[in-house]
Write a protein that binds this ligand. Structure first.
Ligand SMILES: Nc1ncnc2c1ncn2[C@@H]1O[C@H](COP(=O)(O)OP(=O)(O)OP(=O)(O)O)[C@@H](O)[C@H]1O
Ligand SMILES: [Mg+2]
Length: 265
């Protein structure tokens, strides 16, 4: 069976694509699944660099952490993006693709090939504006915007290609619970838009400093216990959010090897 493809994409930069892609890849690997990850952001290579750091730490400290197989797409090699995706998908349960915060043909091809398309957005009307424009007086949706149209086109292309469907999930990332009024307004606009454009809305990760600190070691929230750094309630809450995020993706369950999960569900 070919892998279930999960593509993280949003033209808006800094919305949390790479951070959530790495966390999702590791979370699925921790469950015992065979995970491949592809970085389409050839320039920044955040996902690739994150997992390089992880590999280096594992080697340096002799750690046995769950590790996705990972690759960076190289346009210079003249392999078609579709072919690259197919090759990686042939050999995994889940294929995770991180994309750059811009529009290009490779990203469009990846979106059209998605089984699950995850668009993280910051909880702000600035980010929402790419998907839909709101009325300044009542914050109701006036019209869908260009990113919704881009995904619509990709879905049409996919239907034509193999009759497949793309489950589009908009993930509200970096939530700050102190901003209750803004959260409510963005939530209402997103819910309205979701019905018009055809996506599901799920909660993502809260705004937490820890996500910015984990990168140099290539660690995720799920590894802290393994390196004896599991500190406190905040991390337990954060792991709960990550678990909910994965559950919210509603992925088909692949047969798993024995899980590495230390913590009971
Ligand atoms: N939940 C979070 N809490 C705190 N900081 C976060 C969170 N998610 C991401 N960040 C930080 O926000 C910044 C952008 O995140 P990230 O690189 O994952 O976004 P991106 O969408 O991949 O960006 P780009 O479009 O540039 O590829 C990084 O500094 C990252 O550490
Ligand atoms: Mg990125």
């Amino acid at each position: 069976m070919a892998a279930h493809r999960i593509i993280f994409a949003n033209e808006k930069g800094g919305s949390g694509k790479s951070t959530s892609a790495v966390h999702a890849a590791v979370a699925l690997a921790v469950k015992g699944h065979k995970v491949s990850a592809l970085d389409l952001d050839t320039r920044q290579r955040t996902l690739g660099r994150y997992l390089d750091n992880r590999a280096a730490l594992m080697k340096r400290d002799g750690l046995d952490l769950a590790m996705p197989a990972y690759h960076t797409f190289d346009p210079a090699q003249r392999v078609e993006i579709g072919e690259s995706l197919d090759q990686l998908a042939a050999d995994a349960d889940y294929l995770i693709v991180d994309t750059p915060g811009r529009d290009d043909d490779h990203v469009r091809a990846a979106i059209a090939s998605a089984d699950t398309l995850v668009t993280p957005i910051n909880d702000s009307f600035v980010d929402l504006d790419l998907i839909g424009q709101v009325d300044p007086d009542n914050y109701k949706i006036k019209r869908p915007s260009f990113y919704a149209e881009l995904v619509w086109d990709a879905r049409k292309a996919r239907a034509k290609q193999d009759g497949g469907t793309v489950d589009w999930v908009v993930m509200r990332n970096r939530l700050q619970h102190l901003e209750a009024r803004n959260m409510r307004r963005v939530a209402a606009a997103l819910n309205e838009l979701s019905k018009r454009v055809g996506f599901r809305v799920i909660p993502g990760l809260s705004e937490r400093v820890i996500y910015r600190e984990l990168f140099p070691k290539g660690l995720t929230l799920l590894d802290l216990a393994a390196i004896g750094q599991d500190a406190g309630v905040a991390h337990i809450a954060a792991r709960g959010e990550l678990r909910e995020l994965i559950a919210g993706l509603q992925l088909p369950e692949a047969a798993a090897a024995p899980s590495r999960e230390a913590e009971p569900a």
